[in-house]
Design a protein around this ligand. Structure first.
Ligand code: FAD
Length: 437
């Protein structure tokens, strides 16, 4: 078995990234994104899914594979792909820089795109006003709404479930998402020509993987609170990287550092799909932004470092020009940065890339479905770059996971906590958007 042949196979084998493209393509009456029993955003059957509809949804599914990276100018860096423009920088607006995950580059670019009239809005993930743990897709049209969607949400989010409705409305908009969300969008574009016409800019963040919602709840409990008592929750931002922040309905507040949250031995469950991900640095996006960490003893430090700095990668000519224009218009500050510095700082992503081949070998030898990654230099990274120790760790690790059935997830027919779609524009909110069965 090579690739999964049904949506159910994608999901039950842990290959779904939860982007929501299948809901947009199939329609909410057939598939609807919701929280699965495993705490991930997953498609759930909402009606009869006929074969033709399922085939269209599968054509865009990154659980079956990624398209080749977008064609652009410049040489291909063997780990991280084509990078025609690389800088470090930050948003010039101090409030954006403070509230954002890092230096606010994605928020500043989104603001520039709207205020320059290049797009009518930006599809982003924001926090539900009803539930501080729930991430919703929003079409933001103003600076303040874009800023309200800033910062990282290390939990389930399905930005593309909203894209079908936005395309139907003939809107011209940009999209911000994880690299896998943007790869799915490029796949959708192969069969839906509206995407190239209506979505001129695709922006992504560096992504090392996304945990389930239980991981977030565990953070809250480790601070002595219950999730239902929480009124506000931030993973980071309000500084760089900024503290994990909890405010309860009774007004209690907790803050702890990025390292205390993520590197103090707490168990958090990443999607299996993230463990076999080949594209943490967004080779399908126009612009990708990540952390430009302070280096200490040759390693990135996550200690609070004041005002945030991003690494900015222009992946396409259009993305490189966007960075240039946003800087010229006063939205961004940029400074020179090199690919060598990027490689030294984000070794975790290079290791992941070297490991993927061996994880895919584990899937192949056990007859499991696996995504195809044409053009992503996977075989080369695994055979020529990975050390024997890295190869064995990746191969044996995936086997342990597979035989322990730790990649398995419940079927798409399993019950779910249906999620809502919210267009952040009162005119766009329909009764169906806000009331779900
Ligand atoms: C799951 C996850 C994993 C990450 N892993 C890494 C990593 O390995 N290395 C690294 O350097 N940086 C990582 N980051 C990215 C980093 O935290 C910053 O987002 C990035 O540096 C951009 O900073 P910024 O200040 O420009 O972003 P901001 O200006 O704050 O904008 C962030 C944008 O991302 C969107 N967003 C937030 N969470 C999600 C989500 N779950 N799904 C889709 N869109 C979302 C927001 O809506 C907003 O538009 C990760 C972020 C996430 C969400």
């Amino acid at each position: 078995m090579a690739q999964a042949s049904t949506i159910d196979e994608v999901v039950t084998n842990g290959l779904c990234s939860g982007c929501g493209a299948c809901e947009s393509i199939a329609g909410r009456d057939k598939l609807r994104m919701g929280l699965s029993p495993e705490g991930f955003m997953r498609p759930r059957l909402a009606g009869h899914l006929d074969r033709e509809t399922e085939a269209r949804a599968l054509a865009a599914c990154t659980g079956r594979g990624l398209p080749p990276p977008v064609f652009g100018p410049g040489p291909v860096q063997r780990m991280f792909g084509r990078i025609p423009r690389i800088t470090r920088g930050h948003a010039r607006d101090p409030d954006t820089r403070f509230r954002a995950a890092t230096g606010g580059v994605l928020t500043a670019l989104a603001t520039f795109l709207v205020e320059s009239g290049r797009v009518e809005g930006v599809l982003q993930i924001g926090v539900s006003p009803k539930d501080p743990f729930r991430n919703e897709p929003r079409l933001n049209r103003t600076r303040s709404d874009i800023l309200a969607s800033a910062a990282s949400r290390y939990g389930p989010a399905a930005p593309l479930k909203a894209i079908g409705a936005l395309l139907d409305e003939a809107l011209r908009f940009a999209v911000v998402g994880k690299p896998c969300d943007i790869a799915a969008l490029r796949k959708m574009a192969a069969t839906d020509p509206r995407i190239d016409r209506q979505v001129p800019y695709m922006l992504a963040m560096f992504c090392g993987g996304c945990p389930n919602i239980d991981s977030t709840h565990r953070i809250v409990r480790s601070l002595g609170e219950e999730p239902e008592d929480v009124a506000e929750f931030r993973y980071r931002g309000h500084g760089w990287p900024g503290p994990t922040y909890v405010r309860t309905h009774k007004g209690g507040e907790h803050r702890q550092s990025y390292d205390q949250t993520w590197f103090s031995g707490m168990h958090y469950e990443l999607m299996f799909r993230c463990k076999i991900c080949v594209d943490g640095l967004g080779e399908h996006a126009d612009v990708v932004a990540g952390d430009c960490w302070v280096m200490e003893d040759g390693k990135p430090s996550h200690r609070e470092a004041g005002d945030g700095w991003n690494i900015n990668l222009g992946r396409t000519l259009r993305g490189s020009k966007l960075l240039e224009d946003a800087s010229a218009a006063g939205y961004l500050h940029e400074e020179p940065f090199s690919v060598a510095e990027l490689v030294a700082m984000h070794q975790d992503h290079a290791l992941k890339k070297r490991s993927v081949f061996w994880r895919l070998v584990g899937l192949a030898l056990t007859g499991r479905p696996r995504p195809g990654y044409p053009g992503h230099r996977v075989v080369r990274a695994g055979l020529l770059e990975a050390s024997p120790r890295e190869a064995w760790a990746a191969f044996s690790g995936v086997l342990v996971r597979l035989f322990g059935r730790r990649n398995r997830e419940s079927a798409i027919s399993a019950p779910s906590d249906y999620d809502t779609i919210t267009a952040n524009d009162p005119d766009k909110i329909t009764e169906e958007d806000i009331t779900c069965p």
